[in-house]
Ligand binder design. Structure first.
Ligand SMILES: [Zn+2]
Ligand SMILES: [Zn+2]
Length: 278
């Protein structure tokens, strides 16, 4: 399985000379199975550059949305394969009790916010509510579960050929306190991440910043480390960086995190363009 980060920023795109290493594009991760299956995790602004690399040999594309906050769907209308006649595209998103996925996405992808309606793209588009009991795309086995974040939000666990990743970009498992619950069963997202080879996880805030943002649905870096530690992951990739954090600030946070505890896994700063072969 191959994993590439196309957008690691949270909340709003933050391009500029001060964010050039970690990147300014919002959430988007490419996952390629060993059979060539292409999954796209979230459709933030990073999806535009990914779209330019998808050739005609990729007959089917599956976009798995964690949720519908703007930073996770803003690039969708600029994903070039949507404009290829006959290109098979599936979009999966968390179920809601109010409006279906088509109606919720169309709130953005329709005038006046966007000139082209979702159904006007010439690809063969199918929308799905994500099943919460596991499903398969190509040879990839996927499970999704609701996680702690405002509005219906899922995280994903994907396994292929004995390798596993978890993607939980917006997540506040410590909601209401600093520490995670003692009983793992009560930790949001725990089963998704348990013993994965690679965890891509919300690391939006510093410890000091978290206290001004309790309930906003994000984690401080020490909480992300704690979550990864409890889940027994092999590697943690920090993700969903706050738009106000420049490269130097993010480097400092990672350095402080490394010094703060004996980390029993590999800690990898989530930088745009990073590539993992699992
Ligand atoms: Zn987000
Ligand atoms: Zn969000």
């Amino acid at each position: 399985m191959m994993v590439r980060l196309w957008g690691t920023r949270g909340s709003v795109a933050a391009p500029g000379p001060e964010t050039i290493r970690y990147g300014g594009n919002t959430s988007c991760v490419e996952v390629r199975g060993s059979d060539g299956t292409l999954l796209v995790l979230d459709a933030g602004t990073g999806i535009r550059r990914l779209g330019a690399t998808v050739g005609p040999d990729t007959r089917r594309i599956d976009i798995l949305l964690s949720h519908l906050h703007m930073d996770h769907i803003q690039g969708l209308g600029f994903f070039r394969p949507l404009d290829q006649p006959g290109q098979e595209v599936h979009i999966w998103g968390p179920p809601s009790t109010t409006l279906d996925l088509q109606a919720r996405l169309s709130r953005y992808l329709s005038p006046p916010l966007f000139p082209v309606r979702l159904r006007e793209h010439p690809c063969q588009l199918t929308l799905h509510d994500v099943p919460l009991d596991g499903f398969e795309i190509g040879e990839l086995k996927i499970s999704a579960a609701l996680v702690c974040h405002p509005g219906p939000t899922v995280g994903y666990r994907i396994t292929n050929d004995g390798a596993s990743i978890a993607y939980i970009p917006d997540h506040e498992p410590a909601l209401g306190g600093w520490h995670l619950p003692d009983d793992s069963e009560w930790i949001s997202g725990f089963d998704l991440a348990a013993e994965v080879d690679l965890l891509i996880h919300d690391s939006q805030y510093s410890a000091a910043e978290y206290w001004r943002h309790v309930g906003w649905g994000h984690s401080a870096i020490p909480q992300a480390l704690d979550f990864a530690h409890r889940a027994g992951v092999k590697r943690l990739v920090t993700f969903h960086h706050d738009p106000s954090h420049d490269d130097a600030t993010l480097d400092t946070f990672i350095e402080e995190a490394r010094k703060s505890m004996d980390i029993p896994f590999e800690l990898i700063p989530g930088t745009e363009g990073a590539y993992f072969d699992l």
